[in-house]
Design a protein. Structure first.
Length: 314
């Protein structure tokens, strides 16, 4: 029997893990103890099954992951002592809108506006759209490289490596111990880094044949077609995560290489946090005997919350 599908995200001094119907965020607080918050998580696709269909589920997953990720980041910041309180639903909505606007400016408006400088070569719209796509890819890679140089982000990227290693260990069917987890690769084919790179590459080809109208129309067309790009990219990443086809594995290799920037080798105490986060979302029968326990004896078990994603489950 195959292992359950689990995924995660690095947060401030911790790791968020999501399993079937559950999500947990484990954070090491300033006292050195591991605090875990867990609770049920529901997708809007459970209420509207049509959203589980190929090409639709990608956009749903992207938006829900963003909501869940920001909520987990807010919790981790509070537990790590960097915030006094978690974001309210209104503040979280504002943060998501701001993130979308910033991404649209950085990865849509700027490259499509800058592509006009290639008119000196040719006015062919396909060529100009391809140049826009390569500019977008260059901005994305430059952004990843730039933030990877920041000290605080490098620590988050270490937790990202811990998340991947822990999932690899679980998928291999081994007890979740620091020693076992540290043996595995910090690269994983289902990583969000892979997904974002595939989005960039797919967008180059989807947008290549849209002509070259006004700047406003070009920006609008990119925004409108984002669900299509996300849908195609999601199906590709799902396929890549399950296949053993050598050709397909070669095609996702660039995404794995990029993870050398977005992950870092984790310290043992970071792996302990990732293990506790993953354990919190697994059914008891899925936890292999011999798995380690890294919660302090004087720390209460994982805190239960009634609902961690109310905004996408109603």
């Amino acid at each position: 029997m195959g292992k359950l599908s689990v995924g995660g995200q690095a947060v401030i001094e911790g790791v968020m893990m999501r399993g079937p119907g559950k999500v947990a965020t484990a954070v090491r607080n300033p006292d050195g103890r591991i605090e875990v918050e867990k609770g049920p998580v529901h997708s809007i696709a459970d209420k509207y099954p049509i959203l589980k269909k190929p090409m639709l589920r990608g956009s749903v997953s992207l938006v829900e992951s963003l909501v869940l990720g920001i909520r987990s980041l807010s919790y981790s910041a509070k537990m790590a002592g960097e915030e006094d309180e978690q974001l309210s639903d209104k503040e979280m909505a504002g943060t998501i809108i701001f993130a979308f606007v910033l991404a649209a400016i950085l990865f849509i408006a700027i490259p499509t506006g800058a592509a006009k400088f290639f008119h000196f070569i040719t006015d062919d719209p396909v060529f100009l759209n391809l140049m826009e796509g390569f500019l977008r890819l260059a901005i994305f890679l430059g952004y990843i490289w730039g933030i990877s140089r920041m000290k605080d982000i490098r620590r988050v990227f270490q937790y990202h490596g811990a998340e991947h290693k822990t999932i690899h260990c679980y998928e291999a069917g081994l007890p979740l111990t620091v020693e076992n987890v540290q043996k595995f690769s910090r690269l994983h084919p289902r990583c969000g880094t892979n997904f974002l790179l595939i989005v960039m590459l797919v967008s180059i080809f989807v947008f290549a044949f849209l002509g070259w109208p006004s700047l406003v129309e070009r920006i609008a067309s990119r925004v409108v077609l984002l669900p299509v790009v996300a849908g195609i990219s999601y199906e590709l990443i799902r396929f890549a995560g399950r296949t053993t086809n050598p050709i397909a594995l070669k095609l996702i290799q660039p995404g794995l290489w990029l993870q050398y920037l977005t992950t870092r080798p984790p310290e043992d105490d970071m792996v302990e946090v990732a293990i506790e986060s993953l354990k919190a979302v697994l059914p008891e029968e899925e936890i292999v005997p011999g798995t380690g326990t890294y919660l302090e004896k004087d720390v209460a078990p994982a805190t239960e919350t009634s609902e961690l994603m109310p905004s996408v489950s109603q």
